[in-house]
Design a protein around this ligand. Structure first.
Ligand code: SF4
Ligand code: ZN
Ligand code: ZN
Length: 322
């Protein structure tokens, strides 16, 4: 049986009550160590919303009249992203839909996040499409982990989720697929790819595969926002964010080790996650300019979807399952 751990986010709520915002005389609700600033609720809202909007603009993530499908798990980050993408519709006319993949986990957490996803979409009147992993590949996540005997459930799960979300987003006519990856996730992914010596995977990260009609361009509007700020924002806005039980497999494997290391680094040297992201973006730009051919994807010989290898990871997962 899988060991269940928690994955709480340290919101740093223990800031002294008399601390004032660095920009006004309001009471501080959060301290941002990397900027050495305290912020009141109002200034914190505008800080988060500006970061989000700047990222959407910088990477031209959403265009007028496009259809954006959000991969909505119902967890903290995607629930907050749903709220912010909904808010974005006030500034830019576009269509937002949500796609939830039910992994079939038999735990309270799974049921709760599915409920949250459904309730929030209903409240914001966003079309919500739910698909079951079992119906797409014939197995729930637990069955998949059992069957593949994997020591790295997140990797297998990630492959399946990526492929299935792309497939359904495409079927639903989406132009973009929004993923709630935050700054912490990005810093972890960059380091993991370096430590695993997977430079091509690294350079393709966050790279929109434009002009490839087979792939719905993935966008990450939280790319520059630390997880802690997303959760704090969502909580202050009264969103139903679960802060304790995560997926039972989340503490497995390499990512959880790297996650801890990145958190320690950030605590000791605030701003490290931004430095990792910015170094990566600069290196990616140089690499892209000099290696246009290498950046192109090939197509899987089995399913015809874009792939970095002859057989895509999803097809090789299906082979192992059959
Ligand atoms: Fe999948 Fe890992 Fe996320 Fe669980 S923690 S849903 S196994 S990627
Ligand atoms: Zn203020
Ligand atoms: Zn394939």
């Amino acid at each position: 049986m899988v060991e269940k751990k928690t994955c709480e986010v340290d919101l740093g709520l223990d800031i002294p009550k008399d601390k004032k915002c660095s920009r006004c005389s309001g009471s501080a609700v959060i301290h941002l160590p990397y900027a050495n600033k305290y912020m009141c609720r109002k200034h914190f809202y505008s800080h988060v919303e500006k970061k989000f909007l700047d990222t959407v603009r910088e990477f031209r993530m959403v265009k007028k009249n496009e259809t954006v499908a959000l991969g909505l798990s119902g967890g903290k980050d995607s629930t907050t992203l749903l709220y912010m993408l909904h808010k974005l519709k006030l500034k830019l006319p576009y269509k937002l839909i949500a796609i939830t993949l039910d992994l079939g986990l038999e735990c309270d957490y799974n049921k709760k996040i599915l409920d949250i996803a459904g309730e929030q979409c209903k409240k914001l009147e966003i079309p919500h499409h739910i698909f079951k992993l079992k119906e797409d590949i014939g197995y729930t996540l637990e069955e998949l982990v059992e069957k593949t005997k994997t020591r790295n459930p997140c990797s297998e799960c990630g492959v399946a989720k990526r492929y299935i979300l792309n497939k359904h987003a495409k079927e639903l006519g989406a132009d973009k697929l929004a993923i709630a990856h935050n700054l912490n996730d990005t810093a972890q992914t960059v380091l993991m790819n370096i430590l695993r010596n997977e430079p091509m995977r690294l350079f393709r990260y966050n790279e929109p595969l434009l002009d490839d009609s087979k792939f719905v361009t993935r966008i990450k509007p939280f790319l520059k926002l630390p997880e802690r700020e997303i959760v704090m924002y969502g909580k202050l806005k009264g969103l139903p964010l679960l802060d304790k039980k995560c997926c039972p497999y989340s503490t497995y494997a390499f990512r959880s080790y790297v996650r801890e290391e990145v958190e320690n680094l950030e605590e000791k040297y605030p701003g490290s996650m931004f430095k990792i992201l910015n170094s990566f973006l600069s290196m990616q730009k140089i690499f892209k300019e000099n290696n246009k051919e290498e950046m192109k994807m090939t197509y899987c010989k089995k399913c015809g979807e874009p792939s970095g290898a002859e057989i895509c990871k999803f097809c090789s997962l299906l082979e192992r399952l059959s």
